[in-house]
Design a protein around this ligand. Structure first.
Ligand code: NAD
Length: 475
């Protein structure tokens, strides 16, 4: 299988460039080589994006949307083929890969539609005869970086939003999931997208981000990934006053009160925890359960997790695939060992599954102290921590104790408590009696160290638009 960069409307083959191995996480075997961009590749991408910008930003939003819609239809037609590639390179179960491919098509449709509504406004003036208008215009060239955990939707939020707004884009999808990005790019290419509007490169992330963020042409950075990297890229962007959208890490709390159907809530919780083997920035991780429901919740959660079928995600009967890379295995080992060494109890799992590939048992810790790394550091893997609480105020205090503020969830029937949690929990997205918090039409982004700005929703389009005020005196 070939992985090619896409620059100035052309597929660039490996052609003697350095290459990185692409592994199948279900067996650890190499499936392709990923080209490493040279500075000449990046210069070509920058000049292609710059050359395409004047024409693309003048194209009407309706016409821009027509390319995106065509690509969305092609992606739906190619759903199965793309989903198979996604599972092959990332490991998630095929049903989730299929759903993710459709969600990527949905993003294109949403942004194609929403771009028609990038309205400005006319403001009443203080004196007669004046005309004061506010215009929304594309910010310019976007440098985008997307991670490996959602190989279709993570790059597509950035591509669809920036292109719909009239920006041109240079994206570096993860080197660990380029086949999905390549298939999505092929659909955009086949839609007739003008050359240079979208450019896709791979390589050494720090080299590419430093180079692009030091280029005067780039006006916007959109990054999804760890908080540490986001802060570093934020510093680089600040040097050139580049706008940023940062979707960073999380450590989502789940508050479970004793007025709910505890068995049903515990089962739903376990199913969501181990989705994508826990490698989700909004993955529920710190489960705080009211004391009287704690034992029952833990028992049912453990029973549900223990029954999950683990294996190669391309097998239709499998319910949890491998971790995406061996770095996740190392992190699981470290977090669990450190917690149990300092007194935590392992209710389930805690070990690698000894076959080829990067498999880890669904794992559950109880009695974990607040100082343990597992309580503070994003596990980004199949690890749940379950702790008791006494009352609503204490639960909210526990939810808010970390510097992360991405997602939070609560399960209760009490209407007043629902309002209090919505008001007082510090997270960019809060699910009340649900884990459904992300869709194309709703804004998604974090508070505190989880980042700033939104992807998706009207806000996701606005993040690629600059506001200009034009004041005109009477002739
Ligand atoms: P990593 O540091 O190797 O890389 C994480 C991501 O950041 C990759 O996509 C990588 O290409 C990118 N990256 C790293 N340095 C960069 C740089 N200087 N410039 C541009 N991009 C850069 O970490 P990892 O092992 O892949 O993941 C570890 C942690 O990352 C996880 O524990 C999780 O907290 C976080 N993560 C978050 C998300 C998210 O959706 N917010 C996604 C993936 C990973």
């Amino acid at each position: 299988m070939d992985v090619n960069q896409y620059i100035a409307g052309q597929w660039q083959k490996l052609d003697g460039r350095e290459a990185l191995p692409l592994l199948n996480p279900a067996n650890g075997l190499e499936i392709a080589k990923v080209p490493v961009a040279t500075t000449a590749d990046l210069d070509l991408a920058l000049s292609a994006a710059a050359d395409a910008l004047p024409g693309w930003r003048r194209t009407s939003p309706i016409e821009r949307g027509s390319y995106l819609r065509r690509a969305a239809s092609l992606i739906r037609e190619r759903q199965e083929e793309i989903a198979q590639l996604l599972t092959l390179e990332q490991g998630k179960i095929i049903a989730d890969a299929r759903a993710e491919v459709l969600a990527a098509a949905d993003l294109l449709d949403w942004f194609a539609e929403e771009a028609r509504r990038s309205y400005g406004r006319l403001m009443p003036s203080r004196a007669p005869g004046w005309r004061q208008s506010v215009i929304q215009e594309p910010v310019g060239i976007v440098a985008a970086f997307s991670p490996w955990n959602f190989p279709a939707t993570a790059p597509m939020r950035k591509i669809a939003g920036s292109l719909a707004a009239g920006c041109t884009c240079i994206i570096k999808p993860s080197e660990e999931t380029p086949l999905t990005a390549q298939a999505l790019t092929q659909a955009l290419h086949d839609s007739g997208l003008p050359r240079g509007v979208l450019n896709v490169v791979y390589g050494v992330p720090s080299m590419i981000s430093t180079y692009l963020l030091d280029s005067p042409e780039v006006r916007k950075l959109s990054f999804t990934g760890p908080t540490s990297v986001g802060k570093h890229l934020g510093e680089l962007a600040a040097k050139r006053s580049i706008r940023t959208t940062m979707e960073l890490g999380g450590h989502a709390p789940v508050l479970v009160f004793d007025d709910v159907d505890v068995d049903a809530v515990a089962e739903l919780a376990a199913r969501n925890k181990y989705r994508n083997a826990g490698q989700v920035c909004v993955s529920p991780t710190r489960f705080y359960v009211q004391e009287s429901a704690f034992d029952r919740f833990t028992e049912k959660f453990t029973e549900t997790a223990r029954a999950l079928t683990i294996g190669d995600g391309s097998n239709e009967t499998v319910q949890m695939g491998p971790l995406a890379n061996d770095r996740r295995i190392t992190t699981m080992e470290r977090l669990i060992t450190q917690a149990t060494d300092s007194g935590a109890k392992l209710a389930l799992g805690g070990a690698r599954i000894k076959n080829a590939g990067f498999f880890w048992q669904p794992s559950i810790l109880t009695d974990v102290s607040d100082d343990a790394a597992a309580m503070n550091e994003e596990p980004f893997g199949p690890l749940a921590v379950i702790s008791p609480f006494e009352n609503t105020d204490q639960a909210i205090e526990k939810a808010n104790r970390l510097s992360y503020g991405l997602a939070a969830y609560a399960f209760t029937k009490d209407a007043d408590r629902i309002v209090q949690i919505g008001d007082e929990v510090e997270a960019g997205a809060i699910g009340l009696n649900t884990y459904a918090i992300i869709s194309a039409e709703t804004p998604f982004g974090g508070l505190k160290d989880s980042g700033h700005g939104s992807e998706g929703g009207i806000e996701g389009l606005q993040s690629y638009l600059a506001t200009k005020f034009v004041s005109q005196s009477p002739a």
